[in-house]
Ligand binder design. Structure first.
Ligand SMILES: [Zn+2]
Length: 288
C-alpha cells in the first residue's frame, strides 16, 4: 500500500482494501462498498428497523394489526419464491439515484411483499418482507412509477406438460431480471410505464417485420432474440423492443421456438443501443 495509490475502504468499518474488487456492493453506481457480509448487515440494519417500524405504524393506521398468516414455505424459500417469480415489481427511486425494488407475489388468499436492492440484475439485500390479506395495506407498496401491463402473456392454448411448467417458471425468472435491469437503465424522461398499453399494437408489427434482430446469450447461457423496430407516429419517433427467449427443442432441433419475455416502447436511443448487442441476424424466425 502506498500514499499515491487509489484508496478503497469499507463504508461500515473503514477497513482499507488493496483493490476495488475486494469490496462487496448491494447496489449499482454507488460509493457504498463493504469488506464483508457482516459489515453489509451492520450498515443496513437500521433501515430494516425503519421498515419494521413503518409497517407497525401503517398497520395501526389501517386498523389491520398483526395478521396470522402461515406460509408453507420457510422464510428464505418464501423470499426466493417472491423475487424469482413476482406478480408485480415496483421501483422506488430517490433523487440520489438509489433504488429499492418491491416484489409482490399473490398466493391463494394472501400476498407476500419483499423489498430488496438489486445488483447485477439480482436481488442483493432484503430490507423487508411481510405477508398480508389486506388490499389497502398492499396498496401502500405500489409506487406510481410502475405497472406490469406491457408484459405479453404467453400462449394460453398449449396444454401444459411438466417441462412446459418448468419453462414457464424460467420465463418468469428471466422476466423479472430483465425488468429490474430495464428499470435501472431507463431514463426519467422516457415513455412512462402507464402509457405502455397505448403502444401494444406495435407488438405484432415489431415481431413480424422488425428493422433488426439480434441474437445474444445471457449470463446463464440462454439465447435471446432482440426484435427492434422504429415507428413514426404523428411526427413522434420511437422504438419498440421485444426480448424473446429461445426454447431448445430436443426432439426437433431444427425448429426454433421463441417466447416474448419483455416488450416495451422507448424514445431513448442509448437504451436501444444497449439492446443492439450480440450478433445481428436476418429478420428472425418466430414460432410461438
Ligand atoms: Zn467492513
Amino acid at each position: 500500500m502506498k500514499f499515491n495509490r487509489p484508496l478503497y475502504y469499507c463504508s461500515e468499518c473503514k477497513t482499507v482494501v488493496n483493490e476495488l474488487d475486494q469490496l462487496l456492493f448491494i447496489e449499482p453506481e454507488t460509493s457504498k462498498g463493504f469488506c464483508s457480509e457482516r459489515c453489509i448487515e451492520d450498515f443496513y440494519n437500521p433501515l430494516i428497523t425503519h421498515f419494521e417500524n413503518l409497517e407497525k405504524k401503517i398497520r395501526e393506521e389501517l386498523s389491520i394489526g398483526h395478521e396470522m398468516i402461515r406460509s408453507s414455505l420457510d422464510d428464505k424459500s418464501l423470499i426466493e419464491a417472491v423475487i424469482s417469480e413476482p406478480g408485480e415489481v415496483w421501483q422506488n427511486k430517490n433523487e440520489l439515484n438509489e433504488s429499492l425494488f418491491t416484489y409482490i407475489r399473490h398466493f391463494g388468499d394472501y400476498s407476500a411483499v419483499v423489498i430488496a436492492s438489486v445488483y447485477n440484475e439480482e436481488a442483493s439485500f432484503v430490507f423487508f418482507r411481510t405477508l398480508t390479506r389486506s388490499k389497502k395495506f398492499l396498496e401502500q407498496f405500489r409506487s406510481p412509477e410502475r405497472d406490469n401491463k406491457q408484459i405479453p402473456k404467453s400462449d394460453p392454448e398449449r396444454s401444459f406438460s411438466e417441462e412446459d411448467m418448468l419453462f414457464m417458471q424460467e420465463l418468469e425468472n428471466k422476466k423479472s431480471r430483465l425488468l429490474a435491469d430495464l428499470l435501472i437503465k431507463r431514463t426519467d424522461n422516457d415513455i412512462p410505464f402507464e402509457q405502455f398499453t397505448d403502444y401494444e399494437d406495435c407488438f405484432q408489427d415489431c415481431l413480424e417485420s422488425p428493422d433488426e434482430v439480434f441474437e445474444s446469450k445471457d449470463k446463464e447461457g440462454d439465447t435471446f432474440f432482440i426484435y427492434i423496430k422504429s415507428f413514426l407516429r404523428n411526427g413522434f419517433n420511437f422504438f419498440y423492443i421485444i426480448s424473446c427467449l429461445k426454447r431448445k427443442d430436443t426432439e426437433t432441433p431444427e425448429d426454433v421456438h421463441v417466447f416474448p419475455v419483455l416488450a416495451f416502447p422507448t424514445m431513448d436511443v442509448e437504451l436501444v443501443r444497449d439492446f443492439r448487442s450480440g450478433s445481428k441476424i436476418a429478420a428472425g424466425p418466430l414460432k410461438n
